[in-house]
Design a protein. Structure first.
Length: 714
């Protein structure tokens, strides 16, 4: 056997031995009984049950001797393990393998040895059952068989002990999992394939007000709002059809007190069971709604950003600042912004108080009248934040300026627009030359959920980037900074609470006089809603393009903007034929019911859904009956946006209806002919019968004979 094979066998043997957890275990009566029995059967004074690891021999049970664990190389039982068979050494002093072993040379001066391996079910020799004597001896074949039987008994005890330990491990693991399950702050439950709750943890009491007993045995859908169920069913149906095994959804749950709360659900499907984890996201939903409003405002308003040094002299400004004030960075650099923009009606007291705040290392927010480069007066809202260095001195000033001229001109909008201005600031992050965060504004804290102290000195990407983040986009951003270029990216990041959010980040590096990046300024906007809408549009476009029904989308004026392939196949007209036409005009012909068409158009102009059937004509002039379902869609202000029409070919149905009508008319004509025939025949038969009956009565009055009377009465 090669050395590598022997090493692999030994490695597997040791791994098998370790799985029994027998080494260094306490004495056990089951094994001691076997050693006593073996001594009695074989009339040998010493019996050992040993297990051999990599270097040593562990004595599990001993009879007739009192020894501790000893070295593997100085043991007799190593030969049994290495050869993995019954070994008998009649006289150890005559066997070259054992003559120099310590237990042979010195006390107890072993002369006779017989050992049988304790083989695991997979064939590995874990240890040995050994009988020893201080006198030479031998055992016969029957005794060898008895020794093997006793070894088998020991292995049986080992297997039972192993299974008991594994069972105890399982019980402990179950208890630990059960403790974790019931002490989790999040709702966790297991459901069958139909959504029936099999088990639910105690968090349901705190989150929903129900006891676990009230939840188990009920369908999970009983706790969802009907509106949310309708939204969730397509998600699960389409996902399962596509082989999806896990889902992340959000839905409202009915509480026991009759109210409802938003919960985020992580669900997994395995072995016809659903495993669900639910967490309260009510506050997150509220925050997201507020962030979406702020994001909408931020996307509509271009805020100026100015960075000044410790002496309030401008070192950087963005393009929005130039758009608002008319002054470029070159005009402002090295100057105090207040000195440049001040004019005749500028309130000098407000300006001086703002500068005092900076000297005192305090932020400020002021509304002040200043002047553009072209001399036009403007009102600016200036939000100033002071960045301190490690010694606590002013290092930088960050000013966000908003043109509030219109707000000042319209007094009744003062309060509303003031609120918008204070809430609409984009997230601003300032990093040092190597990308570590120096400062973030409140909007960034709200967006990310992290405070400035949690982010200071860290790279933002190391904190907020997660599983769904686009690493390619981050690589592009890194290369842009390495080349000292500004960049803009759309990126999915993760808030502190783990919620994913899409942002648009625009970063501009600021260089010092030596041309080295000294600061990086990043403006962040939340674009989660926009990304969600893009995904929805992509999905809707896929559905519309793949359906077998014709789909047409028209403008508010009723002119076609888009059709799917199914409608092209149905009518023979392409999108270019349809574009900017009214479908009724293009498809109508000699047999088209114009009255139905006009009624449908009137309902469309009134923003009312309609369903109608119309004889139309394909591009090749062949007639086709169409069933048309028209539904209007609306803009956020409630005005008509477009019309969506679902069009089906019902020509076969119409042909069947015409055949049915024709058959009915033919049946009516046959029935009428039958009635006429029966009327005529009745009249023709009745006339001669009346004459015969009359003659019979006359003859009866003329004294007929008895035989004649019989015939007349007939």
């Amino acid at each position: 056997m090669s050395e590598s094979v022997a090493e692999e066998i030994e490695r597997l043997r040791l791994r098998s031995l370790e799985s029994y957890r027998i080494l260094d275990s306490l004495p056990e009566e089951e094994y001691d009984r076997i050693t006593r029995l073996a001594s009695y059967i074989f009339k040998k004074p010493i019996v050992l049950i040993t297990f051999i690891d990599q270097n040593g021999v562990f004595v599990k049970s001993q009879h007739g001797i009192d020894i501790q664990d000893f070295s593997r190389n100085d043991s007799l039982c190593k030969f049994t393990i290495e050869e993995n068979k019954l070994i008998v050494i009649p006289d150890t002093r005559l066997d070259p393998r054992t003559v120099n072993l310590s237990k042979v040379i010195s006390e107890p001066k072993i002369r006779f040895y017989a050992g049988v391996p304790l083989n695991s079910p997979d064939g590995h020799a874990l240890g040995s059952l050994s009988i020893l004597d201080t006198q030479p001896g031998h055992i016969n074949d029957e005794e060898k068989q008895v020794l093997i039987i006793l070894a088998t008994k020991i292995v049986a005890h080992l297997e039972a002990r192993k299974k008991n330990l594994e069972l105890k491990d399982l019980i402990i693991k179950y208890e630990e999992i059960n403790t974790m399950f019931n002490n989790s702050a999040e709702l966790q439950c297991i459901m069958d394939r139909n959504g029936i709750i099999l088990v639910i943890n105690k968090a349901v009491e705190k989150l929903l007000g129900y006891s676990p007993e009230e939840g188990e045995g009920r369908a999970i859908w009983d706790f969802f709002l009907e509106e949310d169920i309708k939204n969730l069913i397509p998600i699960f149906s389409e996902g399962l059809s596509a082989g999806k095994k896990s889902f992340e959804v959000e839905a409202r749950i009915k509480l026991k007190d009759g109210t409802a709360k938003w919960m985020g659900w992580s669900l997994a499907v395995k072995n016809d069971k659903w495993y669900a984890n639910g967490r309260d996201i009510s506050e997150q939903k509220k925050m997201i709604a507020e962030l979406e409003q702020l994001s909408l405002v931020a996307n509509k308003v271009n805020n100026g950003v100015i960075i000044s040094d410790s002496k309030s002299k401008v070192i950087w400004s963005n393009e929005a600042t130039e758009n608002i004030t008319g002054y470029s960075l070159a005009d402002l650099k090295g100057k105090r912004i207040g000195d440049v923009l001040s004019g005749e009606l500028t309130d000098k007291n407000v300006l001086e108080k703002a500068r005092e705040s900076t000297i005192n290392k305090l932020p400020f927010n002021i509304d002040i009248r200043l002047y553009r480069k072209d001399g036009a007066a403007i009102w600016l809202s200036v939000l100033n934040s002071v960045i301190l260095d490690r010694e606590g001195n002013v290092d930088k000033e960050i000013e966000v300026i908003i043109d509030i001229t219109s707000r000042k001109k319209v007094e009744e909008d003062l309060e509303t627009l003031s609120l918008v201005a204070s809430k609409s600031s984009s997230g601003v992050v300032i990093r040092d030359g190597i990308g570590k965060v120096i400062w973030i504004n409140a909007a960034t804290e709200s967006l990310l959920g992290y405070s400035l102290e949690e982010l200071r000195g860290k790279r933002l990407g190391e904190v907020v980037v997660g599983e769904g983040s686009d690493l390619v986009a981050l690589d592009v951003a890194g290369k842009a900074i390495a080349e000292q270029k500004a960049y803009s990216i759309d990126l999915q990041i993760y808030r502190k609470d783990g919620t994913p959010v899409w942002i648009h980040a625009s970063t501009t590096p600021i260089l010092n006089e030596e041309g080295v990046i000294e600061r990086q300024v990043e403006i962040i906007n939340d674009i989660t809603e926009r990304k969600g809408n893009e995904e929805k549009l992509t999905l809707l476009s896929l559905v519309a393009s793949k359906t077998i029904n014709g789909v047409a989308i028209s403008s508010a004026e009723g002119k076609i903007k888009w059709i799917n392939d199914a409608l092209e196949n149905l009518t023979g007209y392409t999108i270019d034929d349809f574009k900017n036409t009214r479908p009724g005009d293009l498809l109508s012909g000699e047999g088209t019911n114009r009255e139905v068409l006009e009624i449908a158009r009137k309902r469309a102009s009134e923003c009312v859904p309609s369903n109608f059937e119309l004889l139309s004509y394909k591009k090749d002039s062949s007639p086709i009956w169409l069933s048309i379902s028209s539904t209007p869609t609306f803009k956020k202000d409630g005005s008509l946006d477009q019309q969506v029409e679902i069009i089906n070919d019902i020509s076969e149905r119409k042909l069947a209806e015409e055949e049915l009508i024709k058959t009915r008319e033919e049946a009516l004509q046959l029935s009428k002919a039958k009635e006429t025939f029966l009327s005529v025949m009745s009249h023709e038969i009745r006339t001669p019968l009346n004459a015969v009956i009359g003659m019979s009565h006359i003859l009866m009055d003329d004294n007929p004979t008895e035989s004649q009377m019989e015939n007349l009465k007939i």
